[in-house]
Write a protein that binds this ligand. Structure first.
Ligand SMILES: Cc1cc2nc3c(=O)[nH]c(=O)nc-3n(C[C@H](O)[C@H](O)[C@H](O)COP(=O)(O)OP(=O)(O)OC[C@H]3O[C@@H](n4cnc5c(N)ncnc54)[C@H](O)[C@@H]3O)c2cc1C
Ligand SMILES: NC(=O)c1ccc[n+]([C@@H]2O[C@H](COP(=O)([O-])OP(=O)(O)OC[C@H]3O[C@@H](n4cnc5c(N)ncnc54)[C@H](O)[C@@H]3O)[C@@H](O)[C@H]2O)c1
Length: 474
């Protein structure tokens, strides 16, 4: 495309993260033309600075812990983790931050790609400033899908921006472990990165503002993760109030209510904010910097040609949910382009109902926390009649085989009126793989009476399902 070229597509997608790629793929499969505009790496945060590198940093430690938890196998673990090799494996998993593989997938999928920074310029129009300074003007016949994601939020702490804190990007791509790492925020990123860098050699201090870690999860999850972090030597301070930050030579100094803390780096992991500041949303009457307000077909309210998909709408900041929304939004865009009816009811092919009712998530700490649907607190707030059932996972035969001294807990929230599951949380080693069965039970609203026929194979950890049913029956 020459620097002045103007081009029209059926669909223009801003941002080629995991969400944008999927929107483009679905609409092209539906017979529409699509272009993706990307200013950094095709594949987005997940591939290069989030899910993939963070899990790569954690996996070695997890594999060692699994072997150490089995008498006999433990004897084979005679050394320490090879930190350099773990970082090399992380680098291989991120393809050295080179997106050539994803670019070739985009080409193979029949999607056009334009490199550069995209801004809306009124209805259905996007202006791209390319790396060479040239511009391109793209017009959408049917839809503009804004999939520009989110970025790290920085709390209003005096001096914090000046100390150049690590964001999750630096925490997932660092080339070596800092000797002392201060972590502000005890949510997903703060907990996962505290485990990772502690195991890779850093002395970690984790500062969480509230009285619990992982505040959105069942309290048992935060308690188990807290105990495990402290047990392995991470200094976790709850109720921490970071008031100021400064650099002194090579040190970062944080001032808290309890005094000063010193580190070599500070990771700020206090949540995200929408990447809508420089996307030209003001040219279509929206306020920059806010999450896009969308309906269940991911259409921006009041702007029927515009969709906000993935992190940028703030509904569920998870890769798999962004991709799910992309499938639903893509199907809605195709249907509307064909003049077909779009089904707006729950669980239709065009709506992202699971965002509200059945979002699965895993925190990859040790223990892992795997959850779907409502927690007990959310069930309480919803006012639905429900009962909470809890059972220790360590007492099922499969867990005894899996690891000596397995500790974990399963919590089921049951709708007492309809006798279906509203939500499940598993806390324990390797519980991530229990989650899809739970997601199917919640999404399918499988009656408890039928779940008795879903017999878990013996001796697997899935036997926890049977124990939960027995606990429910009493
Ligand atoms: C440390 C960390 C670990 C995580 N781990 C997990 C995990 O294990 N599992 C999970 O499900 N989720 C995880 N997440 C969340 C996950 O990374 C996000 O939910 C996901 O990446 C969102 O995808 P997206 O495509 O919506 O946005 P992004 O991946 O942010 O993609 C947006 C794209 O838009 C581009 N862009 C932005 N503005 C413009 C513009 N103006 N012009 C052109 N291009 C633009 C960006 O460069 C980017 O490539 C993690 C997040 C973090 C921070
Ligand atoms: N495994 C995964 O799926 C995974 C991993 C990482 C991130 N994510 C996604 O990314 C999102 C962002 O993660 P995150 O950890 O940045 O946010 P988060 O919302 O999970 O946690 C932020 C935490 O920071 C605390 N906090 C806020 N302000 C603070 C302050 N000034 N001082 C100290 N603590 C403060 C909050 O109480 C909260 O517990 C997550 O919500 C999740 O959706 C997912």
């Amino acid at each position: 495309m020459s620097s002045t070229e103007e081009k029209t597509y059926d669909v223009v997608v801003l941002g080629a993260g995991s969400t944008g790629e999927n929107v483009a793929d679905v609409v092209v499969r539906g017979g529409l033309s699509a272009v993706l505009v990307e200013e950094h790496l095709v594949g987005g945060e997940c591939s290069y600075y989030a899910c993939m590198p963070s899990k790569a940093l954690l996996r070695g430690t997890e594999a060692i812990a699994e072997a150490r938890a089995v008498k006999g196998a433990a004897a084979a673990v005679t050394g320490e983790q090879d930190v350099a090799a773990t970082l090399e494996r992380r680098d291989a998993i991120t393809h050295g931050w080179d997106d050539a593989g994803q670019v070739s997938w985009v080409e193979g999928a029949g999607i056009d790609l334009v490199r550069g920074s995209a801004r809306l310029d009124g209805e259905r129009t996007v202006v791209v400033t390319r790396p060479d300074g040239g511009t391109a003007r793209l017009t959408a016949r049917h839809a503009v899908a804004v999939c520009t994601g989110s970025e790290a939020a920085v709390p209003p702490v005096e001096g914090l921006p000046d100390v150049q804190p690590w964001t999750p990007r630096e925490a997932t791509s660092a080339k070596e472990a800092p000797r002392r790492l201060l972590v502000v925020g005890g949510g997903y990123v703060g907990c996962e990165m505290s485990f990772a860098w502690h195991a890779l050699g850093s002395q970690v201090t984790l500062l969480q503002r509230g009285e619990r870690l992982l505040t959105g999860a069942e309290p048992q999850a935060g308690e188990a993760v807290l105990a495990s972090l402290r047990d392995r030597g991470v200094d976790v301070r709850l109720g921490a109030d970071v008031r100021a930050a400064r650099r002194e030579d090579d040190e970062v100094v944080l001032t808290t209510a309890e005094g000063e803390l010193r580190g070599d780096e500070v990771l700020v992991a206090v949540g995200r904010r929408a990447r809508t500041t420089d996307v030209g949303v003001d040219t279509v009457g929206l306020e920059p910097g806010r999450y896009l307000d969308v309906d269940d077909t991911l259409q921006v309210r009041g702007l029927p040609w515009m969709y906000g998909v993935g992190d940028v709408n703030g509904r569920r900041l998870l890769t798999h949910m962004g991709k799910y929304q992309a499938r639903q939004a893509g199907a809605a865009i195709v249907a509307r382009a064909r003049g077909e009816e779009v089904a707006v009811e729950d669980w239709s092919p065009h709506t992202a109902t699971a965002d509200r009712a059945a979002t699965p998530a895993v925190v990859f700490t040790d223990p892992q926390v795997a959850s779907v649907g409502l927690t007990s607190a959310q069930a309480r707030e919803s006012g639905r009649p429900h009962r909470v059932v809890e059972y220790p996972i360590g007492s099922v035969a499969g867990a005894t085989i899996f690891a000596d001294g397995y500790e974990g807990t399963a919590i089921a929230v049951v709708d007492t009126e309809r006798e279906v599951l509203l939500g499940l949380t598993f806390v324990g080693p390797a519980v991530a793989e229990l989650l899809q069965a739970a997601t199917i039970a919640v999404v399918g609203e499988v009656p408890i009476a039928r779940l008795w026929h879903a017999v878990p194979a013996y001796p697997t950890v899935s036997e926890i399902w049977l124990r939960l049913l027995e606990a429910w029956r009493g």
